[in-house]
Design a protein around this ligand. Structure first.
Ligand SMILES: C[S@@+](CC[C@H](N)C(=O)[O-])C[C@H]1O[C@@H](n2cnc3c(N)ncnc32)[C@H](O)[C@@H]1O
Length: 217
């Protein structure tokens, strides 16, 4: 199949965007809040860290990250969805060190060696490979030397060999770009940009992974 960006469902809009957090909780049968708290704990953020969040959504993740970085750190969320931006602004309004920028992550970004962590959660799978490469390069450029690119997304596995309850949502609910992402080697992809020293944490029976990659050279 010839994959094109217009097959993507990653730009969340309308009803899905308005009720995004609640929908995530419902489709995971109430497990999402526990999962996301654990994944953000596994980031091992430190007080004072500067975090750049690609495709920041409603700000739910930013609020969880703020618990670790405190008032001396900073979170910059990049988000293009109107409904998502509104929720992000509302949810994070009382935190002056959580900011939102209306910037596309799949076009070259202006950040240079400014952040300790670039985080992206359930975003990278929704792009064609050419755009994923731009996003990875943006993360690399934005990170301080030895900074960490943390990707929370589907893990790498053979979708056709996965059980039906994993195969069905990926092949029938997600866009075809998700299967393409899952069946590529993400670590190899990141290595070619100068990332290494990988650390992995798995969730949902090893089908979801937090992949942390250090900026090496
Ligand atoms: C599946 S949602 C995940 C949201 C959030 N990261 C989370 O884990 O809750 C993907 C998000 O990426 C945003 N997005 C999609 N394409 C984008 C782009 N090119 N630049 C910035 N944000 C984008 C969408 O609007 C949406 O909020």
């Amino acid at each position: 199949m010839n994959l094109t960006q217009d097959m993507s469902k990653v730009e969340v809009k309308g009803f899905e965007a308005k009720f995004y957090d609640r929908l995530m909780d419902i489709i995971t049968l109430g497990y999402y809040p526990f999962f996301i708290r654990k994944a953000i704990r596994d980031l091992r953020l430190k007080k004072g860290y500067k975090v750049l969040d690609f495709g920041a959504g409603t700000g739910r993740n930013a609020l969880l990250m703020h618990r670790y970085i405190g008032d001396e750190g900073e979170i910059v969320g990049l988000e293009i969805g109107k409904e998502m931006q509104e929720q992000f602004r509302r949810n994070c309004a009382t935190y002056p060190n959580i900011k939102l920028e209306n910037l596309r992550i799949d076009s070259p970004l202006p950040f240079k060696e400014e952040f300790d962590i670039v985080f992206t959660s359930f975003v990278l799978h929704g792009f064609i490979q050419k755009k994923r490469d731009i996003i990875i390069q943006n993360a690399y450029n934005a990170l301080k030397p030895h900074g960490t690119f943390a990707i929370l997304d589907y893990a790498n596995f053979e979708v056709d060999k996965a059980p039906w309850y994993v195969r069905f949502p990926i092949q029938k609910v997600e866009c075809p770009l998700a299967q393409d992402f899952i069946e590529r080697d993400t670590k190899k992809m990141l290595s070619s940009f100068g990332f290494g020293d990988f650390e992995e944490h798995f969730y949902f029976g090893r089908y979801v992974r937090l992949l942390k990659a250090k900026k090496c050279n």
